[in-house]
Ligand binder design. Structure first.
Ligand SMILES: *[C@@H]1O[C@H](CO)[C@@H](O)[C@H](O)[C@H]1NC(C)=O
Length: 158
């Protein structure tokens, strides 16, 4: 065998063993288990990230009318991608949910243009999520909400 090839071979072998000995330490975080409320949200065609990764004390839903309430362990503040709007979740969120549509929403507010706005509805439309603030709507790709954000100043509870 050509000695140059042999050297390259040993170099490669060495690099491979280094990468085996040093697995990415960041990949050690265990995969989280979503709460039943997060699972239910997904069942209605919404990304789970619309609900923060916080303690859900209880959730109730009337499957006939769609009326729901979600009780969180406490109020929660998150930063929404991609525009980094600050949003707050009250400890109780209520509304009316059907597949792909949340209406009469109460308890989620977002800060934009130096004001707090109540998000009154959320729709799932193809690959997008549409937020409604009264008559105003803002559309974002659903994939921005694939992961539940942790409440700021708290540790992820699930
Ligand atoms: C659920 O909603 C339906 C339709 O509005 C209503 O008739 C029923 O009483 C509700 N059930 C409960 C448990 O509130």
């Amino acid at each position: 065998m050509n000695p140059k090839i042999l050297i390259v071979f040993f170099l490669l072998l060495n690099l491979t063993s280094i990468s085996i000995q040093n697995p990415n330490p960041k990949s050690k975080i265990p995969k989280s288990i979503p709460s039943p409320a997060h699972v239910e949200l997904a069942g209605y065609g919404f990304p789970v990230g619309l609900l923060p990764a916080t303690t859900v004390l209880s959730h109730n839903i009337n499957h006939t009318s769609g009326d729901f309430s979600v009780k969180l362990g406490g109020a929660c503040k998150i930063t929404l991608p991609p525009d980094n709007y600050v949003a707050t979740y009250s400890d109780t969120i209520t509304g009316k949910i059907v597949k792909g549509k949340i209406a009469e929403l109460n308890g989620i507010r977002v800060r934009a243009f130096f004001q707090w706005w109540s998000i009154t509805g959320i729709r799932s439309s193809g690959d997008d999520v549409v937020f409604e603030v009264g008559m105003i709507t803002a559309k974002y790709p659903s994939k921005n909400f694939d992961d539940s954000p942790a409440c700021e100043g708290q540790h992820s509870a699930f």
